[in-house]
Design a protein around this ligand. Structure first.
Ligand code: ZN
Length: 307
């Protein structure tokens, strides 16, 4: 079995409005789902992606307004990489400048990246990529020919790089393709979220909190493959959770030996399961088992708006 790369990345932030303003208005992603954290429904769960919220494009957030800041370090995903169309780097540099967001440039594996932070301090970068379909969501002064396609990949800060390599290669079916300075690069099938870099130099120990990534989810193509992955993990001595119904996908979670929380999530059914494709993200959506408490959530959750 081989994953097709990143399904979604989930991070913790403070203010939901600041979060929407940045990912929707600055980066031009579509808010494809406004729901609550199914395990802690007093908090939103916001999903941003391309026009349909396709796997490989989805970044999701738990906004906890009063949660203390964490620290980015080992045992976490360190950086989220976005793939932008070839020829769009100057557009994005200008857009970040206009928004007062400072960035630096770096080259890794012969690719030029621009690196910056979101308002909560999450590390982001952009890289031009040929592969990956164009994002047809055109908004906020970002024509779709320049729009973020989805994830290019991510940088993993493992506490035990050698053991994390074993998971990437022998569980998720990725291929090691190159080493450069302090990074190993792995590639998967699929055209988005398909190049995973692992940092070899030790950094500080990560601390969970606002401004850090909570987990990274890998794609399973269907329920059958998902169950097989769970069996494989158990056979190899990992301790995956039971299969959880996340309404838009099914999920299993496990800590990989490098301390990073991994999830495997199914591609189906996707975000149009409870909303019309043209109305994604407009209303607060609740799974049936939380619907009875809708009034309470609508009263206690902070209101958020998209411009
Ligand atoms: Zn997840």
């Amino acid at each position: 079995m081989k994953t097709s790369g990143i399904h979604h990345i989930t991070a913790i932030v403070n203010d939901p409005q600041v979060n929407v303003d940045f990912y929707s208005n600055v980066l031009g992603l579509r808010l494809v789902k406004k729901t609550v954290n199914f395990d802690r429904p007093e908090v939103y769960h916001l999903y941003f992606g391309n026009e349909s919220g396709h796997p490989g494009t989805i970044i999701t957030f738990f906004p906890w307004p009063k949660l203390p800041k964490g620290r980015i370090g080992t045992g976490q995903v360190g950086t989220t990489s976005y793939a932008i169309p070839v020829g769009s780097m100057d557009f994005w540099k200008n857009r970040l400048r206009e928004q007062g967001i400072s960035f630096t440039s770096d080259v890794r594996f012969n690719e030029t990246y621009i690196e910056f932070e979101d308002p909560d301090g999450l590390k982001l970068e952009m890289v031009e990529r040929e592969e990956g379909p164009e994002n047809s969501w055109s908004t906020k002064g970002i024509p779709s020919k320049y729009a973020i396609k989805g994830f290019g990949g991510a940088i993993l800060n493992s506490k035990q790089p050698n053991q994390t390599v074993d998971i990437l290669e022998n569980v998720l079916g990725m291929e090691f393709i190159a080493q450069e300075n302090n990074y190993l690069r792995f590639q998967t099938q699929g055209s988005l979220g398909n190049r995973i870099d692992m940092k070899l130099s030790p950094s500080v120990r990560g601390l969970a909190g606002a401004g850090t990534i909570h987990h990274i989810a890998w794609r399973a193509k269907d329920d059958e493959e998902h169950s097989k992955w769970r069996e494989l993990l158990e056979k190899k001595g990992y301790k995956p959770t039971e299969i959880k119904e996340r309404h838009y996908f099914k999920a299993i979670y496990f800590y990989e030996p490098g301390g990073i929380l991994f999830e495997i999530a199914t591609d189906p059914p996707g975000f149009a399961v409870d909303e019309e494709p043209e109305k994604l993200g407009e209303e607060l959506m609740l799974p049936s088992w939380l619907e009875a408490k809708r009034k309470k959530f609508e009263k206690t959750l902070p209101s958020i708006r998209e411009e």
